[in-house]
Design a protein around this ligand. Sequence first.
Ligand SMILES: Nc1ncnc2c1ncn2[C@@H]1O[C@H](COP(=O)(O)OP(=O)(O)OP(=O)(O)O)[C@@H](O)[C@H]1O
Ligand SMILES: [Mg+2]
Length: 299
Amino acid sequence: MNAIEVHGVKKNFGKLAVLKGIDLTVAQGEIFTLLGENGAGKSTLINILATLSKADGGEVRVLGLDPVRDGNKVRELISLNAQETTFDEEFTGSDNLRLIAQLRGIPNAAATIADVTARLDLGSFLARKVKTYSGGMKRRLDLAMSLLGKPKLIFLDEPTTGVDPKNRLALWQLIREIRDAGTTVFLTTQYLDEADALSDHIAFIKDGVIVKNGTPAEIKRRLTTTYTLQAADGQGARARQALTAGGVAFADKADALSLDEANAARGLEVLTVDGITVAHYNRDEADLESVFLAVNGME
Ligand SMILES: Nc1ncnc2c1ncn2[C@@H]1O[C@H](COP(=O)(O)OP(=O)(O)OP(=O)(O)O)[C@@H](O)[C@H]1O
Ligand SMILES: [Mg+2]
């Protein structure tokens, strides 16, 4: 059984069609990351999966259950770390944690709370009222609350937004530990290095549908459409002349030349015919940021 199965899911807000037929599968025990521009519909999809909102069409299974028909069961098994944190700000961090532990009927509440607060390094501000917390402190408290009760599936909607670099790395480690302990993680983030570092699978949402998905390596490989070519020492100028004369488009790139997919093979041919030695010829490795920009039509 997959942790999540979504087929043809649609969601409209009035006349605005936000999700227009989403298809995706999340395997159990993986970190799955959904990427997309602001307003692409990431949180909308999370709300549907987490039983907070109903799809207008399509099929949804969360841990084998229908979030509409079996809402209570789904809520027992999942945890949602929403984009907007919600606490009782007049209470302390400890009070908020105890309240959640009680609501969820967690056995050994005190020990569980101690464990999770130590892992998130919350000790120093747990006794203060939440209204005195910084944005990053609130995010960490919110994450601690989501982790109570060992959910089978956890939704983390931009969990590291506003968190400083040191704590961000600590959260990455924690998210990996959550996955390694058997919890499926459904993540969204605006940080592409984070998606690259953490995800087992990534999907891009654009114009209401999933436009790309795969492992980070697969996605980066598929986008790679440029080649770097370097002529042997002293032959750089001749190589440029030969390409120009042969009508092969290229761009200068430090001491090498960059050719796109349409020009790469022809470029090699032209240089070879002209007796120029090609010292290096590589397909470039894209980073996720270029994938994101390409998906969103910025490149
Ligand atoms: N309750 C609502 N009523 C009306 N429109 C909504 C509602 N919730 C979301 N929307 C709209 O749906 C679209 C998708 O919003 P959503 O919050 O899912 O985007 P997102 O991908 O999570 O963006 P972000 O990266 O900014 O968090 C936006 O155009 C938003 O304005
Ligand atoms: Mg969102």
